[in-house]
Design a protein around this ligand. Structure first.
Ligand code: NAP
Length: 346
């Protein structure tokens, strides 16, 4: 070990801990840049290899998802994505296919299906088409997300933040669980947000009403619910070889954040991460040796992180995760009590 390596290894743990405590340091570009130079998860990590793996990602037409799709294709994955606009999907397909081709992989391996996560009927149709057209699914990435500025409900009466970011990913996972299981070891990755730290897990206040609606609060609660559901899936899918990971990307310069939090985005300016930096832990979770990743955990910058940090933001009850699971399954119109014994997509 050189003197530099010794210094790096001595600094890695303390610097990571200081960043974690500072929160802003951790979420910003500074956190990524320090950790990627110091932590062995970066400095000793092999190049990701995803050749021949089937990856399905939502929200690939913009920001973090686009960056993730490009990097997945560059490392050999056959990238399929869910998009709600045919025009943006086609533009993304071309962009990702060029990268796959340049890296020596089949550009025709990049494909998409159209669905709007705000509509469960649309998700069901998408999942059925995907399951009938593919014989395996190695990685499913729930990345799509948004802060809705105003209160809106879908045709089933669900508030849109909850419909698109809690119930829809649950339904998609449920419908593709059979494929994931037969492709084991496989994994499901959920892109949450550090904003969830501000909210406890409380089913009774997950859905805001028109009167008390605030986009940022609705979003943070939905992101909290995503992480709780990922842990519930992990518990139920034990022994199937399907692993569940949730992560947060930090503060990332994307069209989404510029649109929904313009002042924050302007103030943070150069401290925001690049989309590639935001996507980094997604790629790492998608490609790392499965034996190194315990299922049901929450990750940021390639390390396991606590799920709760603020004393007031805790689960409303010990069985709140179970209650959330039951409620979400009911909203999705599925009987998930039998998972993983049943094989819903087969
Ligand atoms: N940027 C950050 O600082 C930050 C921080 C924490 C967490 N995140 C999370 O990271 C993920 C990606 O965010 P981003 O910042 O990259 O946002 P973005 O640039 O707005 O991209 C969001 C993606 O999600 C898609 N999408 C949104 N609603 C959808 C729906 N109902 N159905 C289908 N697709 C939908 C969008 O499709 P269209 O192109 O059709 O709009 C787009 O591809 C989100 O889950 C977000 O919550 C981001």
């Amino acid at each position: 070990m050189t003197g530099y390596d010794g210094l790096r290894s001595a600094l890695a743990g303390p610097v990571d801990r200081v960043l974690e405590v500072s929160l802003g340091g951790s979420f910003s570009r500074l956190g990524y840049e320090a950790r990627s130079r110091l932590l062995p998860e970066y400095t000793e990590a092999p190049e990701p290899t995803l050749a021949g793996r089937n990856v399905l990602i939502t929200g690939a037409t913009s920001g973090i998802g686009l960056s993730a799709a490009i990097r997945l294709a560059r490392h050999g994955a056959r990238v399929h994505f869910l998009a709600r606009s045919k025009q943006r999907a086609e533009r993304t397909r071309r962009q990702v296919a060029v990268v796959a081709g340049r890296a020596g992989y089949d550009p025709d391996g990049v494909s998409y299906g159209i669905a709007d996560l705000d509509s469960l009927a649309s998700v069901r149709e998408f999942a059925a088409a995907f399951a009938s057209g593919h014989d395996r699914l190695d990685v499913l990435i729930h990345n799509a997300g948004a802060i809705h500025p105003g209160y809106q409900r879908n045709s089933a009466g669900l508030e849109l933040t909850v419909a698109g970011q809690v119930v829809a990913p649950f339904l998609l996972t449920y419908q593709l669980f059979g494929l994931l299981r037969q492709s084991a070891p496989s994994r499901v990755i959920t892109v949450s947000s550090g904003g969830m730290y501000t909210q406890g897990l409380d089913l009774s206040s997950l859905q805001l009403t028109a009167a008390d609606y605030q986009g940022v609060t609705a979003y943070a609660r939905a992101k909290r619910a995503q992480v709780a559901l990922s842990a519930q899936w992990a518990k139920r899918a034990g022994g199937t070889g399907v692993a569940f990971h949730a992560m947060h990307p930090g503060w990332v310069r994307t069209p989404g954040i510029a649109r929904s939090l313009p002042t924050f985005s302007r103030l943070l300016g150069p401290l925001l991460r690049t989309p590639d930096q935001g996507a980094d832990t997604i790629i790492w979770l998608a490609s790392a040796d499965p034996d190194r990743l315990s299922t049901g955990r929450f990750w940021h910058d390639r390390r396991r992180r606590p799920v709760y940090r603020i004393p007031g933001a805790r689960p409303a009850a010990l069985d709140e995760g179970q209650r959330l699971w039951d409620w979400t399954a009911e909203q999705a119109g599925v009987d998930a009590s039998q998972l993983p014994m049943s094989d819903p997509s087969r």
